[in-house]
Design a protein. Sequence first.
Length: 298
Amino acid sequence: MKVRKAIVPAAGWGTRFLPVTKVIPKELLPVLNKPAIHYGIEELIASGIEHIIIVITRGKHLLEDYFSRSFELEHALREKSLYEALSYLSPVCDPDCICYVHQAEQLGLGHAILTAKHLIGEEPFVVLLPDDIVFSEVPLTKQLLDIYQEYHANVLAIEEVPEHRISDYGVIEPLQMTERLYRVLDLIEKPRSEYAPSRLGIVGRYVLLPEIFSALEETLPGKGGEIQLTDALKLLLPNQPILGYRFEGRRHDVGTPLGLLKASLSLALESVDTAEQLHQFIDLSMRQRQLRKGPINH
Ligand code: G1P
């Protein structure tokens, strides 16, 4: 069955970005020249997804504004022949392909996904967490969908993460099947490193079978008192296979100010327009830092 739909949870408060997130959704903070969530939506479209459900909450209406067309601005730019500026306004997809559901209470990622249940129905679907931006030759969602088409199982994107960061992730107990593919034997949300069954952390992309919704309905609040998707997946395990795919690509966690900055720098260092100047700036900063620290004694 073709996977047509995706849920993009974007209802969090973005507390790590306060005070700016008092007024601007964190998903709209820019990574170089585009909002973080823009990259995720592009990835979904490039992977063949046709319907995207963004889960928002009070105060997140700017996301709706961002993905709707601004005919006035387009008209004004056309009148002034500002075609380059106009090109930045081309819609990421047909406006009808994105719709919004409101999560009334912030009860966790699992709860956010449950909020969109009525728009998914009995189909497999994708979940994309916009905090994870991945640059890859084959879009990450497409990589997972290819695995799904072969095995018809739930598929999670996984990545080896450093031991000191393991407690930021859902972690799987893996059984390796091929170079990149693992059968998930167990999973645990944000374990302390001594309890982590591996160093394979779940990254924000999932292909899920619709049975996840009944599992979510049975899931009790877990880590942080929230309804966790990882806990619902654990409930599914006795009845449905779950696979973990160690994807190809470079991931940026833009859910923290430093991660957002690193993602922007990484893109700027690759862009012909900015790379040279940025390298000069970094070289200069390094020299100044060295001067402050004094000469190196060998
Ligand atoms: C969520 C999931 C976690 C996953 C992570 C990936 O956590 O709960 O299992 O590893 O996304 O980014 P969050 O980062 O939203 O706290």
